[in-house]
Write a protein that binds this ligand. Structure first.
Ligand code: AMP
Ligand code: MG
Length: 475
């Protein structure tokens, strides 16, 4: 079997995608190539950071193993249903089987207009490409399920936004690009057989263990919900704010997808949001679990016709699953959080975590550092962090009695992709063609749990004048 040439999704139905070629770019240049991922995916060596690879990953050349297509999907954007969104600036090149026979999509993002572009230009400025590259790879290293970045290339063309910016293309790798919004799109085609084949496809591809179940579709709902609850608990445990949890930005595989206005919280404040377009904070840090549940309910709606012929019965069964979301989520959340303080007994861990978060919130303490320092051999750094050291000391004494002395530096990262650092990397690349900040940041984030003297200057949260308080989709 030659590389690529796996197109299982496109074999499902030609109603679900539009064949489309990338629009060539003037002068492609490498920004980054992810060799570890390339090796895992068995990408042929002749494409690794070579001229041939540059032509392929800039969309200038369609290799014989690719059948480029824009995938159709719908979605609720800020709770408003849009029946047709779809890949407006992305193309699925192929599916591949990795070393372990696991199937992955390879997608170009920023590769030009598609039939789903609506008013958009199908392009991406370099900023969002660097951001997605850095943050998705960092999330992977932080053990969060996520799409990944295989390559980034500059196009040598300008992209017009508020100002003209250098263009770039990201090559994204995902277990699949199928979203809650994809299921919504299929439902709206009103073709029962297609809906069933779509759901069976999701089961085959992502939940094969459900294949012989008596009630596979209710089990599918349960498993997608389970993965989302687990994923969002991971986000919460790292202070990650996705920023635009529309149903088209939630995968059915359970991977984080679409790093637009995402950001990591610094000072702990549950109401934190960064996204400029999220005026009311729908997607604020503390709302993420509730929004996850809301999105899962939209997914459940797409499965109702498959769950039972009698609509009432289908609704009752689906509701019974959805009602367990909160409990599942909380189970994972407390598990993540108790690991962060090294207290295994949950009844002891919960009040300790709550007290610690309250202290952090009251004193605006950096979330990442507050947990990181608990793993130190001596309490100095933790103590220095808290201005009201008396209340901290009380908590610390109680915590020490309960903690099991596990190596918390393996659990709580030293480095996260802080906003102001990403911004520095983008500014240097966009304004001066200087990739050194981006490269250094990549290096730091490649080992987030290992503190290194060389990155001392990037360990701290932003100073007031550097702080980035708003983020943009940049599309
Ligand atoms: P997102 O903000 O990434 O969730 O995108 C929402 C929708 O807008 C998707 O259908 C995208 O494909 C589309 N879109 C975003 N940016 C562009 C662009 N520059 N050109 C065409 N379509 C776009
Ligand atoms: Mg999206």
């Amino acid at each position: 079997m030659p590389f690529g040439s796996e197109h299982s999704y496109q074999n499902l139905s030609d109603q679900l995608f539009a064949p489309c070629e990338a629009t060539p770019v003037r002068a492609p240049q490498w920004i980054a190539f992810n060799e570890d991922l390339a090796e895992q995916l068995q990408i042929p060596q002749e494409l690794w950071a070579t001229d041939e690879g540059l032509q392929v990953f800039s969309g200038n050349q369609t290799p014989e193993w690719a059948t480029p297509a824009a995938l159709a999907y719908a979605g609720h954007q800020f709770a408003n249903f849009v029946p047709q969104l779809g890949d407006g600036r992305a193309l699925l090149l192929t599916e591949v089987l990795d070393k372990h026979d696991q199937r992955f999509d390879i997608q170009l993002k920023g590769s030009g207009r598609t039939p789903y572009s609506r008013g958009g230009d199908g392009r991406s400025p370099i900023g969002p490409v660097l951001r997605e590259y850095l943050v998705s790879e960092a999330m992977h290293k932080l053990n969060v399920p996520t799409t990944r970045a295989l390559a980034a290339v500059a196009t040598g063309e300008w992209v017009q936004r508020e100002t003209a910016q250098p263009g770039a293309i990201l090559t994204r790798v995902a277990k699949s690009h199928l979203r809650v919004g994809t299921a919504q799109y299929v439902l709206h085609l009103r073709d029962y057989n297609l809906l069933k084949r779509f759901a069976d496809y999701i089961i085959d591809r992502h939940y094969p263990e459900l294949n012989n179940r008596e009630a596979p579709y209710i089990a599918l709902l349960e498993h997608v919900q389970h993965n989302q609850a687990k994923l969002i608990a991971k986000w919460m445990s790292l202070g990650f704010i996705h920023g635009v949890m529309n149903t088209d930005n939630m995968t059915l595989s359970g991977e984080t997808i679409d790093y637009g206005p995402c950001a990591f919280m610094e000072a702990y404040e549950p109401a934190t949001k960064f996204s400029f377009i999220d005026k009311r904070g729908r997607y604020a840090y503390q709302n993420q679990p509730a929004i996850g549940l809301w999105n899962i309910a939209r997914f459940a709606e797409t499965l109702l016709p498959l769950i039972h012929d009698a609509p009432d019965t289908a609704v009752t069964q689906a509701t019974a699953i959805i009602e367990t979301f909160q409990e599942t989520y909380e189970g994972y959340y407390w598990q993540e959080m108790s690991a962060k303080i090294g207290v295994t007994d949950l009844s002891a861990a919960k009040p300790l975590i709550e007290r610690y978060l309250n202290l952090m919130q009251a004193q605006q303490i950096d979330f990442t550092q507050a947990f990181r320092f608990l793993g130190d051999e001596t309490p100095e750094r933790a103590q220095r962090l808290f201005k009201n050291s008396e209340s901290w000391q009380l908590w610390f004494n109680d915590w020490q009695k309960a903690s099991n002395n596990s190596d918390l530096h393996q659990v709580n990262p030293a480095y996260i992709p802080r906003n102001h650092l990403i911004e520095q990397a983008i500014q240097a690349a966009a304004n001066d063609g200087d990739l050194s900040v981006f490269n250094r940041l990549q290096q730091m984030l490649a080992e987030p749990f290992t503190e290194r003297e060389a990155f001392r200057d990037w360990f701290e949260p932003a100073q007031a004048e550097q702080a980035v308080t708003q983020t943009f989709c940049g599309t």
